[in-house]
Design a protein around this ligand. Structure first.
Ligand code: NAD
Length: 258
């Protein structure tokens, strides 16, 4: 039997990263662009997204920014095809945009937070995937990577909307993996643990250090680029036989017992 030759390059691939203005989305956009991909990064923060795209272009790589609210299904249906047209197609989707706020069950804004979390994280990921499918079907190596969280595997008090939405992302990932497998489209999901991003920068350094020492095997927070590299690995043409997987990128948080 011949040895199968599989590519470990995303050069020329057309990549959509949601929530690309900050944190893991920003790192992911940078990494794919440095690897030679054509990157479209979307965000509700239009200026932040444009600054990231401009910085990437200043390094001589290919990136474009788009204003897109991941909680606006109609905008997703309109703008994803526009992005595909601008990039000449779509090969890789990174569903990364998300919000997180501690909102206990009796908080006055509980319902509003629930609706927004579910809209951005769960409905948003579903809508981006469905809008992308016609383009992914034309790709030689179509890949979808959804960002969930270790909050989908365990839970923290006050994060019920976030936790429920992220657990939903796991279900969405598995279901679309099964449904889209016949088209060669792989769908996987990452569960990042504590990562140094905009989402965690309100915590003091001391609180972060204490949490990381107590809860992770590696005794530290992760860098967004450490998550981006796992996303890149799943997006490689060579990663053609992994789908429906739920992968913690958490410094061992979900493994550590004591
Ligand atoms: P971040 O706050 O640095 O970045 C999130 C980005 O999403 C921002 O650019 C923000 O403007 C954008 N965004 C927010 N709402 C949006 C919307 N409605 N439409 C489009 N863009 C929107 O945080 P991050 O940690 O990089 O978050 C990225 C993903 O990682 C999120 O889905 C988050 O839930 C997940 N996550 C983060 C951690 C962590 O510890 N930081 C852990 C697990 C999972």
């Amino acid at each position: 039997m011949p040895i199968l030759d599989l590519s470990r390059s995303v050069r020329g691939s057309r990549v959509l990263v949601t929530g690309g203005a900050s944190g893991m989305g920003r790192a992911t956009a940078w990494l794919f662009a440095r690897e030679g991909a054509k990157v479209a990064l979307t965000d509700i923060d239009a200026q932040g997204a444009e600054e990231v795209a401009q910085a990437i272009r200043n390094e001589g790589h290919d990136a474009q920014a788009w204003l897109l609210d991941a909680g606006d299904r109609e905008a997703i249906q309109r703008i994803v095809p526009e992005i595909a047209q601008a990039l000449g197609g779509l090969d890789i989707i990174v569903n990364n945009a998300g919000i997180s706020a501690k909102v206990p069950f009796d908080a006055p804004d509980y319902d509003a937070n629930w609706d927004r979390n579910l809209a951005i994280t769960l409905t948003g990921q579903q809508a981006v995937i469905r809008a992308s499918i016609p383009f992914l079907m034309a790709s030689d190596a179509p890949r979808i990577i959804n960002i969930a969280s270790t909050e989908a595997l365990g839970a923290s008090a006050g994060l019920s909307a976030y936790s429920a939405a992220k657990a939903g992302v796991i279900g969405l990932t598995r279901s679309f993996a099964v449904e889209l497998g016949r088209h060669g489209i792989t769908v996987n999901c990452l569960c990042p643990g504590p990562i140094l991003t905009g989402m965690t920068d309100h915590l003091t350094e001391e609180d972060r250090a204490t949490f990381a020492r107590r809860r992770t095997a590696l005794r530290r927070y992760g860098d967004p680029m450490e998550v981006a590299h796992v996303t890149l690995s799943l997006a490689l043409p060579a990663s053609s036989y992994i789908t429906g997987a739920v992968i913690p990128v958490d410094g061992g948080l979900s493994t550590r017992h004591a």
